[in-house]
Design a protein around this ligand. Structure first.
Ligand code: FAD
Ligand code: 2HG
Ligand code: ZN
Length: 470
């Protein structure tokens, strides 16, 4: 492996090949702290040509590669295993916005550009790049594409996949596929870009992308609404769609447990409502100008909701600062739950009509498995997607860890029985590779393995992630 390290140093510059423990430390443990490993080296190429050189050298040496962007993934897919033989390929130096075309509605970026910087570049051209995640200050476009990330704008604009026109990818043998086409229409065969989107680094290294831009929506009407149940939240979604139409941009849910953690752990957070409620919805309408009548539409939604007993109280943001404070209650949940202690994450989707019944039936099942376990339930209810994350019974992190398998199995079995998905938006990574395959048919797993074998016959791209070993 000395030869490989020498080659890598020549390819990208010795200062961009990290091997000292202190230098690699931040690259080998994930955001949750649950997954950590060891790396042969962390390599930080600065261009597509350098990525190609690195990948070709690893291919020749038989060294496995773990692509990494902002390392904010929640399923352990971006960190190496414990062997010490894998090379972490960080895209962190590839941060160039290559082109912005407001008329065509496209932006072309390096894979290492941070999501917030893509949003800012779009805004600078008077356009909107709608993808929005709590991690947007550090996650990268390459990571967003590789996980087909969701977030809070899916309701209106779709998943990451729907925002992509073209890709540039370094293939597992080091060849470069230039698919950076900015075409809305292109029916010339298999959609190769769709294979790489959501592939979690297992088919190649995404180095660049052409993304779609939309008209800017600088006007907002935002409310934090107390609702009695998930059922009421889903019914309120229908009311909001009826009144706001295409202006409905966000419809997020959180239970009281989630809010309590934010109020406890997030400095400056305060409850915008006078009394407690079991559930809350963050609803936001967005538009281009005052003529969109957002405030009137929001009032009509809330009025209809109260009349139909779908809401008991609401706080409407009266200023940008109040809007940010309401958003912080929602976006602060992951961090607050992490500070609270051991967490077991579940990122599930069900058909939206079945979501409420599922949410009320699963709690008692889990309480049988681990009495006192605390569901911190929140997420993108408008997409049928709940983060059904479990915190340990107070002060008993070891008990949660001991019951992990039984708790997750209970959740996944019930989701599968309800024709849902065990990973709505975070991917499978290392955490769920085995479970992901076990809830798919043999035919579907065979097809996935065939795709993997066709693109990565040597099995060197992020082994153990997304698909379990055969
Ligand atoms: P990484 O964590 O570095 O990598 C993730 C995966 O992608 C790994 O398998 C890695 O190998 C692969 N990968 C990374 N870059 C490349 C590349 N260039 N080419 C090929 N493969 C690559 N996710 C959501 O979907 N919705 C949310 O609302 C959301 N909110 C979050 C909030 C918080 C506070 C945090 C910490 C995370 C959140 N996430 C969310 C998860 C995470 O931010 C996303 O999965 C994000 O897309 C990962 O981007 P990244 O650059 O950090 O990727
Ligand atoms: C969110 O919606 C993210 O806030 C993170 O997807 C969820 O931390 C989580 O489990
Ligand atoms: Zn989410």
């Amino acid at each position: 492996m000395t030869d490989l390290l020498d080659h890598l140093r020549t390819a990208v510059g010795a200062e961009h090949v990290l091997t000292d423990d202190a230098d690699v430390a931040a690259y080998v443990v994930d955001w949750t702290g649950v997954h950590s490993g060891r790396a042969l080296a962390v390599v930080r190429p600065g261009s597509t040509a350098e990525v190609a050189d690195v990948v070709a050298a690893c291919h020749a040496a038989g060294a496995a590669i773990v692509p990494q962007g902002g390392n904010t993934g929640l399923v352990g897919g971006g960190v190496p295993d414990s062997s010490g033989g894998q090379v972490v390929l960080s895209l962190g130096r590839m941060r160039t916005v290559r082109d912005v075309d407001p008329v065509a509605g496209t932006i072309t970026v390096d894979a290492g550009v941070v999501l917030a910087d893509v949003q800012a570049a779009a805004a600078g051209a008077g356009r909107l790049f709608p993808m929005s995640l709590g991690s947007e200050g550090s996650c990268t476009i390459g990571g967003n594409l590789a996980t087909n990330a969701g977030g809070t704008a899916v309701l209106r604009y779709g998943m990451t996949r729907e925002l992509v026109l073209g890709l540039e990818v370094v293939l597992p043998d080091g060849r470069v596929w230039d698919g950076l086409r900015a075409l809305r229409k292109d029916n010339t065969g298999y959609s190769l870009k769709d294979l790489f989107i959501g592939s979690e680094g297992t088919l190649g290294v995404i180095t660049g992308a052409v993304l779609r831009l939309f008209p800017a929506t600088p006007r907002h009407a935002t409310a934090w609404v107390a609702v009695p149940s998930v059922d009421a939240a889903v019914a309120l979604l229908g009311v909001a769609q009826q009144h706001a139409g295409a202006h409905l941009a966000t419809f997020e849910i959180a239970n009281r447990q989630a809010l309590d953690l934010v109020l406890t752990h997030l400095p400056g957070a305060s409850d915008p409502l006078a009394g407690p409620s079991d559930w809350y919805v963050l609803v936001e309408l967005a538009g281009a100008s005052s003529e969109d009548g957002l405030d009137g539409a929001l009032e009509a939604i809330l009025g209809a909701a109260v009349e139909a007993d779908l809401a008991t109280d609401a706080a409407i943001a009266g200023s940008p600062a109040q809007r940010s404070a309401l958003w912080a209650l929602r976006e602060g949940i992951s961090e607050a739950q992490k500070v609270e202690g051991a967490t077991l994450k579940h990122d599930v989707t069900l058909p939206i009509a079945d979501l409420a019944a599922w949410a009320s039936s699963i709690g008692p099942v889990l309480d049988e498995v681990l009495p006192g376990v605390r569901p911190v339930t929140y997420g993108h209810v408008g997409d049928g997607n709940l983060h059904y994350n479990l915190s340990s019974p107070v002060g008993r992190d070891d008990d949660l860890r001991a019951a992990e398998r039984d708790l997750s199995t209970a959740i996944y079995d019930s989701v599968a029985a309800g024709n849902g998905s065990i990973s709505a938006e975070h991917g499978l990574g290392r955490t769920k590779a085995v479970a992901g395959a076990s809830y798919k048919s043999e035919v579907e797993v065979d097809l996935m393995r065939a795709v993997k074998a066709a693109l990565d016959p040597a099995g060197l791209m992020n082994p153990g992630v997304l698909l379990p070993p055969a």
